[in-house]
Design a protein around this ligand. Structure first.
Ligand SMILES: [Mn+2]
Length: 391
C-alpha cells in the first residue's frame, strides 16, 4: 500500500539483538523467508549484513535457511564469507545431505545440539519427474521425497550423536505448510487426505522443529515442540490482533526443556475500524491515541451504513486531518469493490503478486479467521504446486 516497512524491520532487528544479549542466546535460527523477493533491494541486503555483524559481535551463532521467496543464488553468494562471522547459510537442499547436518556449539564452544538444517524443498531438489504421473501422484511423490529427506538427515544426526558420545538434543527446521494429523494413520493415508500440506506425523522424532512460512505463530497439531514462530511484523491488516513473537527455546541433554514466547513490541500501530461515519469519527479519535506525529497509526477503514456515499474518501480524510493517523485503505461494507484511494488508482495488476490479488478478493468477504487461514493455506499450496513458489 505504498508504505515502506524498513523502520519496523530495523527496530525489530535491534530488539532481537537485545534479546540475544539479555537471555545469552547460543544460536539464532531463521527458518526462512529471509527476504520477500528473490531480488532484495540494497537497503534490505545492507540490513541483513549489519544484523549478521551485530549478532556475531554479541557472541551468538546464526543459522539462515532459505524460504520459497528467497533466491538460492542471492543467499548463496555470501555463504562462505558469512561463515567467518559464525553464520551458517543453507539456501537450498545441499548437494550432499551431510552438509545440512550442523553441530551447534554453545557460547563456550562446546557441542550443545545437532541441527538438521532443512530449507524450503523444491521438487527438483529431491525428486525426478516420472512420466505419466497425474498432479495428485506427483504431489504424493514429492511428499514422500520430503519425508525421506527428513528421515535421512535425522538418521545422520543420530549417527553423529553416537559418534560424539554425548546425548545432544536434535533440532530440525523446515519451511513448508504442515497440518496436524493423527500418528496412528499410515503416512500414505494421511497424504491422500491432505496432499497440500505435510503432515506433522511425518516429521522425525526431533526434540524441537522450528518452522517458517506461516505468518501466525502457532503450534502444529497441538504439539508443543513443532512450532511456527510467525513473521516478526504483521504483513497485512488481517494479521493484527494477535501479538507477534519469537520463540526462546531451551534444550539440554534430556531434550526440550522450555519454550518461552518473547512478544515483539509493536513498532508501527496498525488498526482496522468499522462503522458509519459518526461511529468512525469517534473510533478515529480513540485509536489516534496510539499514534504520534512521527509514527502515525496506519488505518484500514470499513464504512458501514453510509457506504453508498460517493465522496467517502474526502470525508474520512477530513475526519483524520487533526489526528496522527494515516488511512491506507477504505472499504465499503458489503460492496462489490474496495473504495478507491488515490494510491489505488495508480496500482496496476503487474505491481501485485498473485497472493496480493487473492488477499484483495478475500478482503471483500466477511469470513472468520479460521476459514481465512484455511483458504490461505489452500491457495498457497495451489500456487506452490503450479510454480514451485509463492509469487
Ligand atoms: Mn514462505
Amino acid at each position: 500500500m505504498g508504505k515502506t516497512r524498513q523502520a519496523e524491520h530495523q527496530a525489530f532487528l535491534a530488539w532481537l539483538i537485545a534479546q540475544v544479549v539479555e537471555y545469552q542466546v547460543d544460536a539464532v535460527i531463521i527458518a526462512g523467508d529471509i527476504f520477500d523477493t528473490g531480488t532484495p533491494p540494497s537497503y534490505a541486503r545492507e540490513m541483513y549484513n549489519e544484523f549478521i555483524g551485530d549478532l556475531h559481535d554479541v557472541g551468538a551463532k546464526l543459522v539462515i535457511l532459505g524460504g520459497n521467496h528467497d533466491s538460492v543464488a542471492v543467499l548463496g553468494e555470501s555463504k562462505n564469507i558469512l561463515s567467518r562471522l559464525s553464520t551458517i547459510v543453507i539456501p537450498s537442499v545441499a548437494e550432499t545431505i551431510d552438509q545440512q547436518l550442523i553441530v551447534l556449539e554453545n557460547r563456550q564452544g562446546q557441542p550443545a545440539a545437532l541441527l538438521c538444517g532443512i530449507p524450503f524443498i523444491r521438487a527438483r531438489d529431491v525428486m525426478q519427474s516420472v512420466a505419466g504421473q497425474n498432479a495428485q501422484e506427483k504431489q504424493l511423490t514429492l511428499q514422500e521425497a520430503i519425508l525421506n529427506h527428513y528421515q535421512k538427515l535425522f538418521q545422520l544426526a543420530e549417527a553423529k550423536r553416537s559418534e560424539l558420545g554425548s546425548p545432544l538434543p536434535i533440532i530440525a527446521t523446515g519451511h513448508l505448510t504442515t497440518v496436524g494429523a493423527s500418528a496412528s494413520e499410515s503416512v500414505r493415508e494421511i497424504y491422500v487426505g491432505s496432499l497440500e500440506a505435510f503432515p506433522t506425523a511425518a516429521f522425525p522424532p526431533a526434540d524441537y522443529i522450528a518452522l517458517g512460512h506461516i505468518h501466525r505463530p502457532q503450534k502444529v497439531g497441538g504439539l508443543d515442540h513443532i512450532r511456527y514462530c510467525g513473521s516478526p511484523i504483521p504483513l497485512s491488516f488481517d494479521e493484527i490482533g494477535k501479538p507477534k513473537e519469537v520463540l526462546l527455546v531451551e534444550l539440554n541433554e534430556q531434550g526440550l526443556k522450555e519454550i518461552t514466547p518473547l512478544l515483539v513490541p509493536c513498532f508501527q500501530p496498525l488498526v482496522t475500524i468499522k462503522g458509519n461515519l459518526t461511529e468512525l469519527e469517534r473510533q478515529i479519535a480513540e485509536v489516534a491515541k496510539l499514534g504520534t506525529p512521527a509514527t502515525p497509526v496506519w488505518l484500514e477503514v470499513t464504512v458501514k451504513g453510509d457506504d453508498y456515499l460517493s465522496d467517502l474518501q474526502p470525508r474520512i480524510e477530513a475526519i483524520c486531518e487533526q489526528f496522527p493517523v494515516e488511512v491506507l485503505r477504505i472499504r465499503r461494507d458489503r460492496s462489490e469493490s474496495v473504495a478507491r484511494l488515490q494510491a489505488f488508482d495508480k496500482e496496476t495488476l503487474s505491481e501485485l503478486t498473485t497472493l496480493d490479488v487473492f488477499e484483495k478478493r478475500l478482503a471483500q468477504e466477511e469470513l472468520d479467521p479460521e476459514t481465512l487461514e484455511q483458504l490461505h493455506v489452500r491457495y498457497r499450496s495451489v500456487i506452490e504446486r503450479l510454480h514451485g513458489d509463492v509469487q
